[in-house]
Design a protein around this ligand. Structure first.
Ligand code: CUA
Length: 151
């Protein structure tokens, strides 16, 4: 009789355990990629969150900015950022290595195919910030630019 109770408890524990793993894996799957997570470069434009590049609010005054540097341009082509907000830039490339440098800031990332590189920055001054590619990437290298408007 006692064995049956213990067996029942054991089975119940097992289910709880599996449930926790399942929920954890599900939650992980829903997380935006950070760090050097791999991403299929050929499927960047179809892969969340880069299928919808731009700003996504993740906290009261906190955003993720999903950016794609490609030959030869950036997505989104223009982006507005609220003044004083904490912005987690996440940058990748679907083709070759590009740079992602925001002039007048400390944001200077490499956009590497297959990786998502990230950097957090808070814009304390309003204005228009120019984003440039600072890695030579081909014939259109000097035309790669986008604007971040902080207000
Ligand atoms: Cu892209 Cu230089």
């Amino acid at each position: 009789r006692l064995e049956k109770i213990w067996l029942a408890i054991g089975v119940a524990m097992l289910f709880v355990f599996l449930g926790v793993i399942g929920v954890g894996a599900f939650a992980m799957g829903m997380q935006p990629p950070t760090g050097h997570h791999t991403i299929d470069p050929e499927k960047v434009s179809e892969t969340y969150p880069f299928n919808n590049p731009g700003l996504e609010q993740v906290g009261e005054n906190e955003y993720n900015a999903y950016m794609i540097a490609y030959a030869f341009g950036f997505k989104p082509a223009k982006m507005e950022v609220p003044l004083g907000a904490k912005v987690h830039f996440q940058v990748t490339s679907p083709d070759v290595v590009h740079g992602f440098q925001i002039t007048g800031t400390t944001v200077n990332l490499m956009a590497v195919p297959g990786e998502v590189n990230h950097y957090t920055y808070t814009f304390d001054k309003p204005g228009e910030y120019l984003v440039l590619c600072n890695e030579y990437c081909g014939a259109g290298h000097e035309f790669m630019a986008t604007t971040i408007i902080v207000k």
